[in-house]
Design a binder for this molecule. Structure first.
Ligand code: FES
Length: 380
């Protein structure tokens, strides 16, 4: 046991039989034409080049569906870089999954979108970086603002609900009203304003990306002024940043609880970021069935339930609701994935998070030069 009351995760036995995964996220590739400052790819993603082939992915879909998974997200990187995407969508559709494409829009020509629609794709989520061409293109290190507008029209023309996603941070929070108006003009049905979470490349760039509490409060107030006007036309989801909330998020609805990620090289994970956690040997779908990965692997059992929790979390009334917060965040902030998530005020390390938020960017700093580490470069 260490100072936080945690033990080595790999040493613990898997918990009792888990309910099946409901959500399968297929990260088809880490390759991406964009290089966003908050990219969710692992920072060492170029190490993982051996992508699963078409037949391997379809076997994964079949096994996950047989266990009871109902929703399948095609993600990346940029999933449109896979030439076999229509074949994968068709297989998933045939198996009865509700399918979702999570894309930057690069490569979604009207013809490709038609093909995916015919293959049975149910839903498309298109990412934007900002309401201005300058910031959109700067944050993604590409010139894609106009292209995204065209792709949005294509999605609408095909009759899909228009779901726009914009990662929010210190540089675009002051534009939130214009982002909402842009989404409205594009006839979006849903707008997800997802405040940046600090993992991967966003962790590297957190000092540049983190907004002050004042900026967040001002932006949230703007969102609230738009909501009544848009009621019944466009739903706005405001995803709060737990650093500033002082409340741990129930990450992934609990480790190994409903969410299964399969990385491009076949490694199975309970969340996008988990492969950086030390001491966990994440199984590969090339060597193990989905059932054995989910039910039997020590890595998926490591933080299930409440038995692994520190005494701080064990004694908390919220433990069944917030599941102890986020394991990846706890590791990044403390070096121990089993520690109480430091965004929680009960954590002995909470003052460090408070200090980070207090030191975070002020609107008056926005004139200073921005020096991000650009996110994932195209592998291969
Ligand atoms: Fe990995 Fe929260 S992102 S557990």
């Amino acid at each position: 046991m260490d100072a936080t009351g945690s033990a080595e995760p790999q040493a613990r036995a898997p918990r009792a039989v888990a309910k099946p995964p409901l959500w399968l996220l297929a990260e088809l590739t880490y390759r991406c034409p964009l290089h966003c400052a908050f990219c969710s790819n692992p920072v060492d993603y170029t190490r993982y080049r051996e992508e699963l082939d078409t037949a391997e992915w379809i076997r994964v879909f079949r096994e996950a569906r047989a266990m009871g998974a109902v929703q399948l997200g095609f993600s990346g990187g940029e999933p449109l870089l896979r030439d076999d995407l229509p074949e994968l969508v068709a297989a998933a559709h045939e198996l009865g999954f509700y399918t979702n494409l999570i894309t930057s829009g690069v490569g979604l020509t009207p013809q490709r979108a038609e093909t995916l629609k015919r293959a049975g794709l149910d839903h498309i989520q298109l990412s934007f970086q900002d309401s201005s061409r300058e910031l959109n293109d700067f944050l993604s290190s590409t010139k894609t603002f106009d292209l995204k507008q065209r792709v949005a029209r294509t999605i609408k023309d095909l009759g899909y609900p228009m779901v726009l996603n914009c990662v929010m941070h210190r540089y675009n929070l002051p534009h939130v009203g214009r982002i909402i108006e842009m989404a409205e003009a594009m006839e979006a049905d849903f707008l997800e304003l997802a405040n940046v979470q600090y993992y991967g490349w966003a962790w590297r760039n957190r000092e540049m990306l983190m907004p002050s509490r004042d900026m967040l409060a001002t932006a949230e107030a703007v969102v609230e002024t738009h909501r009544p006007r848009l009621d019944g036309r466009m739903k706005i989801l405001w995803v709060v940043p737990d650093y500033a909330e002082g409340k741990p998020k129930p990450c992934m609805a609990g480790w190994g609880s409903v969410f299964l990620v399969v990385a491009p090289d076949g490694v199975a994970l309970p969340c996008h970021s988990a492969r950086m956690l030390p001491g966990l040997d994440f199984p590969n779908v090339r060597e193990h069935s989905i059932r054995s990965i989910w039910q039997e692997s020590p890595a998926f059992g490591a933080y299930r339930g409440t038995g692994w929790m520190s005494s701080t979390c064990q004694s908390c009334d919220e433990k069944e609701k917030d599941h102890g917060g986020c394991r990846c965040q706890a590791f990044l902030l403390t070096g121990d994935a089993a520690a109480t998530d430091p965004v929680c005020p009960k954590s002995p390390r909470h003052d460090e998070v408070e200090a980070m938020v207090k030191a975070a960017g002020d609107p008056r700093d926005l004139g200073t030069p921005i020096r991000f580490v650009p996110g994932a470069r195209r592998a291969g």
